[in-house]
Design a protein around this ligand. Structure first.
Ligand code: TGC
Ligand code: FAD
Length: 387
């Protein structure tokens, strides 16, 4: 029996019927709606916002949240498969869904009041309200504890001053989940578009995640009512708790990018005739392709087990760090190698490999750089904090 080239260990057979159905639905969306337009969108530096309504219609925003808030009640493995299939199209599309679901809807769900959940979550699930997540600041994203943005209590309101940088969806967003230092530790505030003193400025000249909006946010005495403070968490564990959710999804996403690249390189190398034989007939080429399949298989098994642990309530942040590190490294190495196997053809966005390789430069950096995740694992092993 022939094995599936992108699923050598038959991970698919370990999925429930519902998980398989979710994967098939999102795969179809990527094939039919994302792949035909994404090369041009990347060239033009444009996030395809025309897809938002369909993404929402498919239930991909807040898919794991309870139905009473507009969510789909899906399990974590299904959410992972959503991320994988979207990133097979482009990391920018997966980023949009990650930020909306894990970084914006999740904190409102986990740290907000019942009133706040009812106020924002159903509209966010429907794609009518878009969010962004402001944690990183210009002076150093790896160390968010050194936060300079402050929120000061003033009567019944809060007044926010500071700046955030590299914020996905910044200029698209209707609301921003903003983390700020207070007299009582780090807290989060829902800052609404149009509030006086709040501005977003798009970051241009990106060579990565070009089909995604990335912005700086500025807060100049922005007055936010107490009703917009998420009251149920204080301290760094608030934003880090959101990051654990998003990083979990990001362990799956790059598997999709890597599969897209391997698919392209396999097809190309079987058809490309060099020295009177297909490129794929050379041992050196097969070694490279086999190594890609080996690394994808390892990544798939890692994420699936992580998802099962998460669904069982047993997932530890260090396990997420290991998988985020492994799978981003796996995918960026594969994308670069596929780009090389395509020769000169690999340098244009007519083919996907270079777009994925460039996107993965962001994916390996955001949500904790590779080094940050290595140091988290190192700390777990040694008991010594090297940050
Ligand atoms: P530490 O001071 O030890 O811990 C503070 C508190 O947080 C708890 N905690 C966590 N909770 C949940 N999940 C985690 N992953 C957690 N890690 C720590 C911890 O238990 C403690 O709680 P408590 O109750 O004792 O106060 O902090 P640390 O030493 O662990 O943190 C250091 C470090 C470097 C790991 C952390 O600062 C870090 O992760 N830095 C990287 C920052 C980062 O990833 N930024 C991402 C910004 S968002 C983004 O990039 C979005 S891109 C999205 C897209 O487009 O897809
Ligand atoms: P720095 O923290 O300055 O790191 C620079 C280098 O130093 C890195 O190589 C790092 O690994 C290394 N380093 C750091 N600490 C150590 C150490 N102790 N030992 C050795 N080396 C170390 N943030 C948000 O809040 N919201 C978003 O929506 C968001 N979206 C993003 C979208 C894109 C496209 C990008 C590129 C970034 C996004 N980010 C977002 C920010 C992202 O999380 C940060 O870029 C990331 O956390 C790293 O921070 P930094 O860029 O300031 O790099």
């Amino acid at each position: 029996m022939a094995l599936h080239p992108y699923d050598l260990y038959d991970v698919r057979s370990m999925l429930s019927e519902e998980e398989q159905a979710v994967q098939d639905t999102v795969a179809r969306f990527t094939d039919e709606r994302v792949l035909p337009i994404i090369g041009d969108a990347f060239d033009q530096g444009r996030f395809p916002r025309e897809l938002i309504a369909e993404i929402a219609e498919l239930g991909l925003l807040g898919s794991t949240l309870p139905e009473q808030y507009g969510g789909g009640g899906l399990n974590s493995v299904s959410y992972g498969l959503i991320c994988q299939e979207l990133e097979r199209g482009d990391s920018g599309i997966r980023s949009f869904v990650s930020v909306q679901s894990s970084l914006c809807m999740y904190p409102i769900f986990a740290y907000g009041t019942e009133e706040q959940k009812k106020r924002w979550l159903p509209d966010m699930a429907a794609g009518r309200v878009i969010g962004c997540f402001g944690l990183t600041e210009p002076h150093g994203g790896s160390d968010p504890a050194n936060m300079k943005t402050v929120a000061r209590k003033d009567g019944g309101d809060w007044v926010i001053n500071g700046a955030k940088m590299w914020i996905t969806n910044g200029n698209l967003a209707d609301i921003a989940i903003v983390w700020a230092q207070t007299d009582d530790g780090i807290q989060s505030f829902v800052v609404e578009k149009g509030m006086a003193g709040f501005a977003a400025q798009e970051i241009k000249h990106k060579m990565s995640l070009r089909a995604s909006v990335t912005s700086s946010l500025f807060f100049d005495n922005v007055r936010v009512p107490e009703a917009n403070r998420l009251p149920n968490v204080k301290g760094l564990k608030g934003p880090l708790g959101c990051l654990t959710q998003a990083r979990y999804g990001i362990t799956w996403g790059p598997i999709g990018a890597a599969i897209a690249c391997l698919d392209e390189a396999l097809n190309y190398s079987k058809e490309r005739i060099l020295f009177d034989r297909p490129l794929a007939a050379n041992q050196a080429a097969q070694l490279r392709l086999a190594d890609m399949a080996r690394r994808i298989t390892s990544g798939q098994l890692l994420s699936l087990q992580l998802g099962r642990l998460k669904d069982a309530g047993k997932m530890a942040p260090t396990q997420v760090s290991l998988a985020k590190w492994n799978n981003c490294r796996m995918a960026i190495d594969i994308a670069r190698d596929c780009r090389d196997l395509l020769g000169g053809a690999g340098i244009t966005t007519e083919h996907a490999a270079i777009r994925h390789a460039l996107n993965l430069e962001s994916v390996i950096t955001y949500e904790g750089t590779e080094t940050v995740h290595q140091l988290v694992v190192g700390r777990e092993l040694t008991g010594i904090n090297a940050f």
